[in-house]
Ligand binder design. Sequence first.
Ligand SMILES: Nc1nc2c(c(=O)[nH]1)N[C@H]1C(S)=C(S)[C@@H](COP(=O)(O)OP(=O)(O)OC[C@H]3O[C@@H](n4cnc5c(=O)[nH]c(N)nc54)[C@H](O)[C@@H]3O)O[C@H]1N2
Ligand SMILES: Nc1nc2c(c(=O)[nH]1)N[C@H]1C(S)=C(S)[C@@H](COP(=O)(O)OP(=O)(O)OC[C@H]3O[C@@H](n4cnc5c(=O)[nH]c(N)nc54)[C@H](O)[C@@H]3O)O[C@H]1N2
Ligand code: SF4
Ligand SMILES: [Mo]
Length: 676
Amino acid sequence: MRYARSVCPFDCPDTCSLKVKFEGDRIVAVDGDPDHPVTQGAICNKVRNIPDRVNHPDRLMYPMRRKGPKGSAGTFERISWEEAYHEIISRMRSAIQEFGPEAVMPYSFYGNMGVLNAEGMDRRFFHRLGATRLDRTICSVAGSVGYSYTMGAGAGIDPEDTVHSKLILIWGCNLVSTNMHQVIYATEARKRGAKIVHIDVHRNRTSAWADEFIAVRPGTDAALALGMMHVLIREGLTNETYLAEHATGYEELAAEAALYPPERVAEITGVPAEDVVRLAREYGKTAPSFIRIGNGLQHHDNGGMAVRTIACLPALTGQWGVKGGGAIKGNGYYTGLNAERVERPDLLPDPAVRMVNMNQLGQALSTLDRPVKFMFVYNSNPAVVAPDQNRVRQGLMREDLFTVVHDLFLTDTCRYADIVLPATSHFENRDIFGSYWHLYLQLHEPIMAPMGECKSNFTLFKELGLRMGFEPEVFDITEEQMIREALDNPANPYLDGITYEGLQEKGWMKAGLRGGSLFEEHIPTPSGKIELFSERMRVSGLSPVPEYTPVCDEDNTLPFLLVTGPNHSFLNSTFANQEKLKRIEKRPTLHMHVTDAAALGIASGERVRVRNGRGVVLISVDAAENVLPGVLVTQGLWWEEGNEGVQSVNNLTSQRLADMGGGATFFSTRVSVEKI
Ligand SMILES: Nc1nc2c(c(=O)[nH]1)N[C@H]1C(S)=C(S)[C@@H](COP(=O)(O)OP(=O)(O)OC[C@H]3O[C@@H](n4cnc5c(=O)[nH]c(N)nc54)[C@H](O)[C@@H]3O)O[C@H]1N2
Ligand SMILES: Nc1nc2c(c(=O)[nH]1)N[C@H]1C(S)=C(S)[C@@H](COP(=O)(O)OP(=O)(O)OC[C@H]3O[C@@H](n4cnc5c(=O)[nH]c(N)nc54)[C@H](O)[C@@H]3O)O[C@H]1N2
Ligand code: SF4
Ligand SMILES: [Mo]
């Protein structure tokens, strides 16, 4: 028996430090590292079950070639890596010869958050090739762009300071499922007298833990925030000194907020006027107050503006600079590595190479004048997670499209692959991990040998590059060399003093933030102030002051707004092939208000047909008062493979883009519901 240190590689803000127990060569248990200042020995149940993932009997162990029709299960034959490389390179070369390098497209996201394996050697390879670039917009870009319009950067306060907060607003964030260490800090704050308010469209695990739940209609958060501002201004609860010194555009904002009296806000949001007033008063009178801005509220048509608007609140009451006051939308800024040196965009033969928005994969595979002929999928499962699934799967079915998928498992996407390649788990790799919430960088040394014939993304793209005859000085490097290049980032002063050796010795090192946030030193907007009025937004054709606009699905006549969020036991579609975790989640469920269910004659447990112009999903109803009337919620990105009768909820979601950054609009989905 032995223990080794590791890092959780999943797309989760907590980026936990792990303590891994081995018996012989086999991982038998995983726990949180008690020494890590944020992890504090605690991890989620998903990752506690990670031994079942690493040792899963279904893990891909060697490359395979399709021998049956696309989309069918179990029709692959084993081939060697040499054969796989040979076929990939000859197919890639012939696509490039005939149609140019843009006929090749990567499709990836953050199935593994390690910098080298998520955005390292792969980026070099596709840049050098001149392949179509992928705009990686599926997660949080709309909100990030919106937040940056107000604050200038993707940074907030150090979450370790939130134990000092006295009022905590959890806004569009399912904290108990998706950011458990913020729960630990907020619970400590509560012991010291803080109140926790959850603002969401769904009364879920987080609402049960919070002190108060405020139910809003989907996509109406900007109106709620403007209503709070209306009350703060009307009742003199703003911090005029702070605003005069650190913000710009207060008068313009106040003029807009004047249009949002609580009664109007109640009509838009579904939050009673007296609750809007009470929430605003609490926010105006409590310091330090902290807002955790989640991803949920920005997966909407108006998601960028919603986050931009909420991000104005801490300035109004002067919370930045009060220890434990302010907000966190994301904190990736503090541990930002040298992306230019790692990804080498300078290798692009033509900087004007086209870019495809990953939210529009369905369109990209079917309507481009110069079609994609070769798609390389890794770190992602687009046949489940991408919107407008029927279009995506139609595209993947194209006989003239050659698809390679690199993964640990035969996912739904692999069913459409021509070649499937086996990926190592992160336990088998050397890599470096930042976090988009806490402030620690962590080095990861391999703690076991690669299983079977698995290769890491780093090794795969390195070997492909070398076989393509690309420059050895760019491709023939070690993981350690790339980590050193990543750490060498003069543009990020918070990395001062963080070295490879230091990370090796300690495992983790904290970004050198003095004070509670970046904004105490410097506000990186064009004006150097928090921009309540944004000239940049005006120039981009957006309203320069916060405003509320309704969400707008193609078919606004359909009666329900459907929110299709992630669930507690899976991580996006990862873990959705583990029996124990599936048993906990039971089956996909549609949460519906009792009055809606009664009007349609539907009882809890009955199956319904949810439908719109894009697709149909059959699902069981849970009728209760967990959502407002007119709102539906499902949780979990289930695989269709291995789950008889389950259809991907993304059959219903749209490729329509959000107001900012080309973000996804997963949660602005209009549908009708029929009893079966
Ligand atoms: N257990 C678990 N953890 C995860 C993940 C997972 O799949 N499972 N996924 C990871 C990833 S990639 C991400 S991006 C994060 C996401 O984690 P979060 O930031 O928590 O985002 P979501 O869970 O998508 O949505 C958060 C909440 O927003 C609510 N919501 C939806 N629309 C609105 C709205 O218009 N207004 C308001 N106020 N609320 C709304 C949803 O009901 C949900 O409870 O979690 C990460 N962690
Ligand atoms: N309806 C709806 N759709 C959504 C969302 C939603 O809330 N609702 N959430 C959206 C969000 S926020 C996100 S971030 C996306 C996430 O979408 P994805 O990034 O596709 O996330 P996963 O479903 O976790 O799939 C990651 C895949 O990468 C594989 N993988 C893990 N490690 C490695 C590795 O080292 N190498 C390789 N090659 N593969 C690896 C895993 O086995 C898994 O199959 O989904 C989006 N889709
Ligand atoms: S998924 Fe999140 S909470 Fe769970 S172990 Fe990983 S980083 Fe920690
Ligand atoms: Mo995400």
